[in-house]
Design a protein around this ligand. Sequence first.
Ligand SMILES: Nc1ncnc2c1ncn2[C@@H]1O[C@H](COP(=O)(O)OP(=O)(O)OP(=O)(O)O)[C@@H](O)[C@H]1O
Ligand SMILES: [Mg+2]
Length: 462
Amino acid sequence: MTTQGTTGGERRARARTADVLVVDDEQDIRELIELSLMRMGLGVDAAGSVGEARALLAERKYRLCLTDMRLPDGEGLEVVRHIATHCADTPVAVITAHGSMDNAVAVLKAGAFDYLSKPVTLEQLRALVKSALDVQVREEQPRTGQKLIGESPTMVQVKGLIDRLARSQAPVYISGESGSGKERAARMIHELGPRAQQSFVAVNCGAIPENLMESEFFGYRKGAFTGAESDREGFFQAAHGGTLFLDEVADLPLAMQVKLLRVIQERRVRRVGDTQEQPVDVRIISATHQNLRERVEQGRFRQDLFYRLNVIELRMPSLRERQEDIPLLAQAILLRLAGDGGPTPPRLTEAALRALSNYAFPGNVRELENILERAMALSVGAEIDAGDLMLDPSHEDDVALTGVDLNGEGGGLQQYLDRVEKQAILDALGKTHGNRTAAARLLGVTFRSLRYRMERLDMKGE
Ligand SMILES: Nc1ncnc2c1ncn2[C@@H]1O[C@H](COP(=O)(O)OP(=O)(O)OP(=O)(O)O)[C@@H](O)[C@H]1O
Ligand SMILES: [Mg+2]
């Protein structure tokens, strides 16, 4: 039986068999739990404190962690939080001596999947371990360990749909505003599904120069054109057996849309300069923050391709539609920003949380991340206050939702339109890392028009 205080060498030797980490400072209880778990055929490591638990967790991945609430150097809650941030796919449960509901709610909120109150019966323990390891089997796949955070009804629905989509092979079209988590959702669909062991190839359709598109997507043969010095795979070949994520799919030029449709229908690609076609097996997930239906109506996106891509639509809700998730998201983001083993992240004051819930978040979760990163850099001490957030006043109190401010304070229609235009340009520049040519393409305007607009809006420095 492993006990606390084993040397690093011994631990490593047992690395393969350790399934469960038990954190408790009372030796008797620890041994009782260890014994019960070992009877279930599980390997056990034990820690007597928060510090020891952290050290063990840093060394290896556990399939389950059970922790006591009261520990000599802190609380079980800290173990839960540590796991939620650093080894999010390890389920953790808390054993508490004082079954108080307050405690239970706090640990569940912090990411524990369940709690037991002492004295723990063998049956209870068995049931808990079984359900945890079942959960684990389902969740073992995600390699990035990234999850979609949020417990609002709309987010719960989204996560349920993602689970089902993962099992299907149908093309999925993900819509949603900028920064709402479209790419993260696409990765989850891939990682939870049967293709998880194969590649996930993400392509930003707006960032590829038009003249290179065909060779980038389909690959080329040596000598196909000047500079083609050897055979090269395209995105389709690279994603063979896996998933091809067509991001910003609305930006595909019409000529490319035709070619893409053919490949998707026939499941075969022909490399540039090749006479032969090769079969490809890819699952297609596409996304854009633009309104693709509108583009179809305008004749800028082919309807037949749209129907091919949009067999099932997953709509990512904006942050405004799930404001109740803001505290949870903010907490997770702050923990991540504080970093591995870093200082305790600062806390948001009531006023800061209120300000965040009144904010319109045109850039959704990405914007929340940016706001918190800046606030963390600016704040002194353990708290982030409303002022540290430096929220753009034009988006406070849902200005973006209500549109023109008819009280006259935010200016009239022209000022409102300028704000929207400026934000769109800033978003595009943000996405293209300041590349104006690419930003213009994203915005569907010419480079000259973008330059003119930026001058008019006094954005020369951007
Ligand atoms: N539900 C969520 N939980 C945690 N993090 C999230 C969530 N949604 C988005 N994020 C984070 O927000 C950022 C933006 O997400 P993502 O890139 O998936 O958005 P997007 O919809 O693809 O944006 P864009 O339209 O700008 O490409 C990422 O850092 C992502 O990890
Ligand atoms: Mg994206």
